[in-house]
Design a protein around this ligand. Structure first.
Ligand code: BDR
Ligand code: CA
Length: 307
């Protein structure tokens, strides 16, 4: 199994992504690090502890960034609710592990073999950026970084920018410059993981334990997206995890990307060259297409194996 770090800001879709990852025998999840993002750090850490706790697994959850590199985070309570889980209540999880996320990430990478660690980023990637910026050689321990971030078309938090990229563009720029194998699930990909009321009903009808019931309750609680014509919502973060479990569900290609770190209306926009217009070396594997039916089957089958 791949030695894995998950950095997240749970977050409704982060919760489902975490359960998918923790259900997967392909992934040996050793560390969950948490930043603020969808809601404040106090809530994202409480949620991460509860999400991991519900699986019965003993995996350290470590708190990290309370703000981005350059500014306070902006929260997204309109989508994720005041508590970050859409009002779905989970049993209180085990306490946080001691220490700070960036230190825990560096410790794990230092102890790992070259090119052996899979890093999944589901929020603003402040913790990851701090870890790599302070010890860049640790990029050599990474097998692959998979992010839910960015968009090649329009954004969701501003017309230009996707929420995670926009919440810490400088941190994303650091990751894009590492030279690691980096895979990105953008908004254009996650729009294909489109959850309509019919999809929710079909998923609710499938069997599962407490984690699966909580996952479907979260799906039931999520508001339809204006950007998607109020017909449903895109299930972003689980797409990044699904790539590692079932790459055959995706169409992917190499691309070159940079993120706008200016302070104008384009801040946080990922400018993605999908067609080699600039002739620059690729720094990204861009996930472009998703087999949605296969994706929802994977979610249901895997999360159903959890308690
Ligand atoms: C991303 O922003 C957050 O609200 C979601 O959890 C996801 O990571 C989508 O733009
Ligand atoms: Ca997230």
């Amino acid at each position: 199994a791949r030695l894995t770090i998950i950095d997240c800001d749970p977050g409704t879709d982060d919760a489902i992504a975490l359960w998918l990852a923790l259900a997967a025998p392909e992934l040996d999840v050793r560390l969950v690090t948490v930043a603020g993002g969808n809601v404040g750090l106090a809530s994202t850490t409480t949620n991460a502890r509860a999400i991991v706790g519900l699986t019965g697994r003993d995996i350290p959850v470590v708190a990290g960034a309370e703000r981005s590199l350059m500014a306070p985070f902006r929260f997204e309570t309109a989508v994720h609710g005041q508590d970050g889980l859409g009002g779905v209540t989970l049993p209180v999880g085990p306490p946080l592990a001691p220490g700070i996320a960036a230190d825990a990430i560096r410790d794990l990478l230092r102890a790992a073999a070259p090119a052996s660690v899979t890093v999944i980023g589901l929020g603003p990637v402040t913790n990851l950026a701090l870890a790599f910026a302070t010890e860049p050689a640790l990029a050599g321990r990474v097998a692959e970084i998979v992010l839910m971030s960015g968009a090649w078309s329009e954004g969701n938090i501003t017309p230009a920018a996707e929420f995670n990229a926009w919440n810490d563009p400088e941190a994303l720029a650091i990751l894009l410059g590492l030279g690691c194998q980096l895979t990105m699930a953008t908004l254009d990909l996650t729009a294909q993981a489109f959850v309509t009321p019919e999809v929710v009903a079909a998923l609710e009808a499938r069997p599962g334990g407490a984690c699966w019931r909580a996952a479907t309750a979260i799906l039931r609680a999520l508001p339809p997206s204006r950007r998607m014509g109020f017909r449903g919502f895109p299930l972003h973060d689980p797409c990044a995890v699904a790539w590692l479990l079932a790459p055959g569900l995706f169409g992917a290609k190499e691309a070159q990307a940079e993120v706008d770190c200016g302070t104008g209306p384009g801040r946080g926009r990922t400018v993605i060259d999908r067609w080699q217009r600039l002739g620059r070396p690729p720094n990204l594997r861009l996930l472009e297409t998703l087999d949605a039916a296969g994706f929802f089957d994977l979610l249901a089958e895997r999360i159903a194996t959890l308690p």
